[in-house]
Design a protein around this ligand. Structure first.
Ligand SMILES: [Fe+2]
Length: 386
């Protein structure tokens, strides 16, 4: 048995812990940039909680960058990085969904090194620049899905190039993750489902791909079990703090699992979708692709797909994983086709080309190695849906 594990992130998990940010952050300095979205953290007052905590603990300057949107762009990272340099910011707080956390982490890299955000993203041939410095980042997720608070990834879109790529580097880990389930309670039903499905797909893809890491797999297994149980409860009872807590916990576990074992073709095929259609969220795109890709993949790792089916409450047979994915999406109101989501049929060729050009690094670890034709057919299936 061989495995490697490295996770340089301090995790503080607990009800009310978002109020600790100032106390935690003062070890990094007193000049802070808070990176967040336009609306939700203001409406649910999480931003206010964070600002109060920072002020209470002696922060001298607190700037807010609040232009992050779903599918964040390299431009947002560049803009916020400029603020960090101009105002000599000591540390960055990422507050919000995965988008805000991903931007905060990338700002840490871009503000501390030369060049721009797009210089650091992973094309198949590697990034143009390698960072050698960063700034401390504290991540406070207000959704339960992305797991970005505990891993090294920032997923960014370039709207001119219509590309979505991942910045992945050991300097891109946050220093601290403050996970406070109370911050997720105000998510509406749709957002709860979208982000919960992202977490489930992290767990499914990291469990089943060809990389081997027993510890990451244990985390994925636990995440699947908990999401199956608690996502439906969180949808029915949004104020149920036990369900919210287990969803935050599962998202964290799955976030660590993908840090070690990566994702696979569902994610590889989703990124071009939300790159070309920025109004489609990551979780919706995954939901639109999950059934078709699982049907393609399950023969490549019969043991793990059987295990997945079993964890989801089905007979432990590999093909039952397809049914498990399908039924669960239905149950949480996420059984969608790419057509439903607004993808145009004539775009399928371009999406296929982009997967090949930008995500072919994932092909060899996918349970079944796909050809370009396979990907085209999978998009067609996911477009037609059911
Ligand atoms: Fe994801």
């Amino acid at each position: 048995m061989n495995f490697e594990f490295y996770l340089p992130v301090e995790v503080l998990f607990g009800t009310g812990y978002a109020d600790k940010v100032g106390e935690v952050g003062k070890r990094f300095g007193y000049r802070v940039l808070v990176v967040t979205g336009r609306k939700s953290t203001k409406e649910n007052r999480t931003l206010e909680r964070v600002l109060n905590s920072l002020t209470r603990n002696g922060a001298e300057e607190v700037l807010i960058y609040d232009k992050v949107e779903t599918n964040p762009t390299d431009k947002m990272v560049n803009e916020a990085s400029k603020l960090v340099v101009e105002h000599r910011i000591d540390y960055i707080v990422g507050l919000g969904g995965g988008s805000s956390l991903d931007v905060a982490k990338a700002v840490s890299i871009v503000s501390s090194n030369e060049g721009y955000a797009w210089d650091y993203v992973n094309y198949p041939e590697g990034p143009r620049l390698i960072p050698f410095l960063n700034r401390p980042v504290i991540c406070i997720p207000t959704t339960a899905g992305t797991g970005s608070e505990v891993n090294r990834y920032s997923v960014l879109s370039n709207t001119l190039r219509k590309e979505k790529l991942v910045l992945s580097h050991s300097l891109n880990y946050p220093k601290v993750a403050i996970i406070d389930p109370t911050t997720t309670v105000s998510m509406d039903r749709r957002l709860t489902a979208i982000t919960g499905i992202d977490a489930l797909m992290h767990a499914l893809e990291s469990l089943t791909n060809k990389l081997s890491n027993i510890l990451a797999e244990e985390l994925a297994v636990k995440a699947i079990t908990l999401i199956k149980k608690y996502l439906p409860i969180a949808l029915e009872e949004p104020e149920n703090l036990e369900a919210r807590s287990y969803m935050s916990y599962s998202a964290m576990l799955a976030g660590i699992a993908i840090d070690r074992k990566r994702v696979a073709l569902i994610h590889g095929m989703e990124h071009p979708v939300s790159a070309h259609y920025p109004n489609i969220t990551h979780g919706e795109g995954l939901a639109g692709l999950a059934v078709a890709v699982t049907e393609f993949n399950y023969k490549g790792n019969k043991d793990k797909y059987s295990l997945f089916a079993e964890l989801m409450g089905y007979k432990p047979q590999p093909h039952m994983a397809v049914k498990a994915v399908e039924d669960f999406l239905e149950k949480v109101g996420m059984r969608v086709s790419l057509k439903n989501l607004g993808v145009e049929e004539e775009k399928i060729e371009r999406l296929t080309e982009d997967v090949y050009m930008l995500s072919r690094g994932l092909f060899s670890i996918n349970p079944v190695e796909p050809t370009q034709e396979d990907i085209f057919k999978l998009y067609e299936k996911a477009y037609a849906g059911f």
